[in-house]
Design a binder for this molecule. Structure first.
Ligand code: ZN
Length: 450
């Protein structure tokens, strides 16, 4: 048995020596999930399962009267069980997969603040109205919408970055010659990328996966949409049969991928469940006629691809300063995670895990930090040039202020003395510059660094 714990579900995998019949059901008082397996013996010590951060508090097993195995999972919250079987493949034997979903739980650990979400909703609605006016051949109306938005007090919202560590859980990704797993190194790098954004006023990042569990490819883009991301970056490490190739590459969506995705979104069956516009309910295509829907989607998709390519150019530029480049320009492919019509997206292959030298580098925390910094710098450079209208960066630009390099946002666990030391200034100078009369900092507080 193997167990993968995610913020919104826990997955239990039974490795079987052959196909199995399973009956999965819940009982209450106390809450538990029962898994009955026909003609099955257990060859595993259930105490070895790491139940931390999962809804399962205890695993018990017994032999059923009719023969076969009963597994009882004591659970400490409401769960909805789902189960399915998988045939053997190269890596695994036959498997029974039991997922316990947590109703109402967020898929990310640190979901977007509701106020930021509301501001973002308003901005997306305004952009949609503007695009619709353009699509309907009414540029004056588009101007009116734009100036109405600008008349509001400036929300100075954070730019939201979705950082997507590839693979996870059952899917290790590529494996290096010394056994390094892609899923582990890309999670390390992605966490460092998130940390850099969270330290920067005007940005906030979240991870689509923050642990060792699997998320489907479409699910990753769905999480980005739910969290109202302004940008999506997927972090991977390449592998090929030969140990020679090395270097980083950056991918944006290909035209072919975009065209087929536009067709998919336009297909009636997809419209039932999927909404375009970055936010559920903001742009339902259902009430538009077919021509207008097509024009709107094309406008959105083209703008998104242009943003992705431009940002990809910045990221490649930064990566080229710290690492060899496998390809010196942004490549384009039909990767599923890049297919959000309205969220600019990149996939970064940080290096070749199949190359022993790069495998060692990808494991090194110092090299991971350099890669994270390059990805961060490239994306930030793009947003400094093209900030979304309601963002803090747009406001700063309009105030004629430079970057935010003289500012620091307080993180959980920071102390005044640490922040002062890390910027090579005295505590007194830091307090003076910020008019502080105590040493107490609050998380999220933005300090001016003198
Ligand atoms: Zn990968």
């Amino acid at each position: 048995m193997r167990l993968w714990s995610a913020p919104d579900h826990v997955r239990l995998v039974f490795d079987m020596s052959g196909p199995v019949n399973a009956n999965v059901f819940t009982l209450d008082g106390p809450d538990r999930v029962v898994i009955d397996l026909d003609s099955t013996d257990l060859d595993f010590d259930v105490d070895k399962l790491d139940l931390d951060d999962s809804a399962i508090s205890k695993v018990r097993t017994g032999v059923r009267e009719s023969g076969g195995l009963r597994v009882v999972l004591d659970v400490n919250r409401a769960v909805v069980p789902k189960s399915f079987t998988l045939p053997p493949n190269e890596q695994y034997s036959a498997r029974l997969v039991v997922d316990l979903d947590y109703p109402g739980a967020s898929a990310v650990k640190d979901p977007i603040d509701p106020i930021e979400a509301m501001i973002r909703d308003q901005e997306i609605a305004a952009q949609r109205a503007q695009k619709e006016a353009v699509a309907e051949g009414n540029p004056e109306q588009a101007e009116v919408v734009a100036s109405a938005v600008e008349a509001q007090p400036h929300p100075k919202r954070d730019i939201i970055i979705a950082v997507d560590p590839g693979h996870g859980g059952e899917d290790p990704g590529a494996i290096g010659p010394h056994g390094t797993r892609e899923k582990d190194v890309v999670l390390d790098i992605a966490r460092k990328v998130k940390q850099r954004f969270d330290q920067t006023p005007g940005f906030k990042a979240f991870l689509t996966r923050d642990g060792d569990y699997y998320i489907g490819l479409r699910q990753r883009t769905l999480i980005a949409r739910q969290q109202k991301a302004d940008f999506f970056v997927s972090v991977h490490a390449d592998a090929v049969r030969s140990s020679q190739p090395s270097g980083s590459s950056v991918y944006a969506l290909s035209q072919g991928g975009a065209t087929s995705e536009t067709a998919r979104w336009l297909a009636a069956s997809e419209n039932q469940s999927d909404l375009i516009g970055g936010v559920d309910g903001n742009l339902s295509l259902d009430d538009k006629d077919e021509v207008l829907r097509g024009v709107l989607l094309d406008l959105t998709m083209t703008a998104t691809m242009n943003d992705s390519l431009a940002t990809g150019g910045q990221v490649i530029d930064q990566l080229g300063r710290i690492n060899k480049l496998h390809k010196s320009s942004v490549e384009q492919a039909g990767f599923v995670v890049l297919k959000s019509p309205d969220i600019p997206s990149l996939l970064v292959e940080t290096g070749f895990i199949s190359n022993p030298r790069e495998e060692a580098q990808l494991k090194s925390s110092a090299h991971q930090a350099k890669l994270a910094q390059a990805i961060y710098d490239g994306i930030v450079a793009h947003f400094r040039q093209h900030p979304p209208p309601s963002s803090l960066l747009a406001w700063q630009r309009d105030q004629g202020r430079g970057g935010a390099s003289n500012e620091y946002r307080v993180q959980r666990g920071d102390s005044l003395s640490q922040v002062a030391a890390s910027h090579n200034i005295s505590m007194k100078a830091l307090k003076q510059a910020n008019g502080l009369d105590s040493d107490i900092l609050r998380v999220g507080q933005v300090l001016t660094i003198p």
